[in-house]
Design a protein around this ligand. Structure first.
Ligand code: PHE
Length: 334
């Protein structure tokens, strides 16, 4: 019984201790061997009790060895597979929004404050919505401005080259007054470099109502640049788009605020941030809106370019590489 108690209370912290225990009790020269050998020495009247005792001891020792081995094994498993199970669940590492999403949401926020809603459309488009309705008939030279990925020809199916296609869809399905912005991914067959990518994001805006003038467009742009960049020194440079007349390109003056402004590491002076203009009457007609009754303006900008300016990012490819070291640097509640 003394031996049984010892066996019952035995504890081992590693495999070597378990093995030593096994040898001591169950080994070929172990205690049980000895006790069994001593059986024939035991007086007859004690043989029964003695026999029961050593059999119990043998059973207990065998069970103990198995139990200890199991325990050690599951401990190892926990450590290896699950790590330390008693470890606290905190701090939880929180992911961050992609900088393109942050800037897109900011733009949406700024325009929603002056009554613009958000509209979306398909990335795979037909010729009508991407080109023809926008005053770019077949063989129009301006089609080459936007090198297109075609999925199918005749009839043409393509990856949209701008989100102006969404504005066409919106005008076809909604009556003025229209105030909508269309954020989304666009595709152009361009060589990938630090400055341009074959996939990028745009936000285009459309405002249609009675008596909308160029002054309304300019005021909207002044409001937007002030809210977005904290400054609104802009200039409108005459330009050409088939869907707007007159058309302009918008430059923002990106200068040092003070002599020692450390925020700007690259690109100062007049920087182009978007295209805009008064919607061409032919486009309104194509979309079922009477140009005699309504007029409007449109604008479009690349989100990557705005983000590069705001965050001083020098290479557009960084947005698409999904390097966590890059993405982790951005945080926003928007
Ligand atoms: N759709 C033009 C582009 O992709 C941008 C633009 C939109 C220009 C609206 C003028 C008016 O470059």
């Amino acid at each position: 019984t003394e031996h049984i108690k010892k066996v019952e209370s035995f504890k081992a912290s590693d495999a070597a201790a378990v093995e030593a225990f096994r040898i001591e009790y169950l080994g070929t020269k172990g205690l049980l061997k000895e006790l069994f050998a001593a059986f024939k020495e035991v007086p007859n009247e004690q043989k029964k009790a003695y026999g029961q005792a050593i059999n119990e001891l043998k059973q207990k020792a065998t069970d103990k060895v198995q139990q200890l081995k199991d325990e050690l094994e599951s401990k190892e498993e926990e450590a290896g597979v699950y790590g330390d199970l008693t470890r606290s669940g905190y701090p939880i590492e929180v992911g961050s929004r992609h900088p393109i999403s942050i800037v897109k949401n900011q733009i949406i926020e700024v325009f929603s404050r002056i009554g613009f809603n958000v509209s979306e459309g398909p990335e795979i488009e037909d010729d009508w919505h991407n080109f023809t309705a926008l005053n770019l008939p077949e063989h129009h030279p301006a089609r080459d401005m936007q090198d297109t990925f075609f999925i199918q020809t005749n009839p043409d199916v393509l990856l949209r080259t701008h989100t102006s296609s969404v504005q066409v869809r919106y005008m076809e399905n909604n009556k003025p007054p229209i105030r909508t912005i269309s954020p989304g991914r666009v595709f152009r067959n361009e060589a990938i470099s630090a400055r341009s990518h074959c996939i990028f994001h745009q936000v285009e805006g459309l405002y249609i109502d009675k008596d909308v003038s160029f002054a309304d467009l300019k005021q909207t742009l002044l409001y937007f640049t002030k809210e977005m960049f904290g400054k609104s020194k802009i200039r409108l440079r005459p330009s050409y788009f088939p869907f707007t007349e007159p058309s302009a390109e918008v430059d923002i003056y990106w200068g040092l605020e003070t002599e020692t402004d450390y925020r700007i590491t690259k690109g100062t002076g007049w920087l182009e941030i978007m295209g805009c203009g008064m919607v061409d009457p032919a486009v309104l007609t194509n979309c079922g809106i009477d140009p005699e009754e309504y007029s409007g303006f449109a604008f479009g900008m690349g989100i990557e370019r705005i983000a590069m300016l705001l965050y001083q990012i020098g290479d557009i490819r960084m947005f698409f590489e999904n390097d966590v070291r890059f993405l982790k640097q951005f945080s926003s509640t928007l």
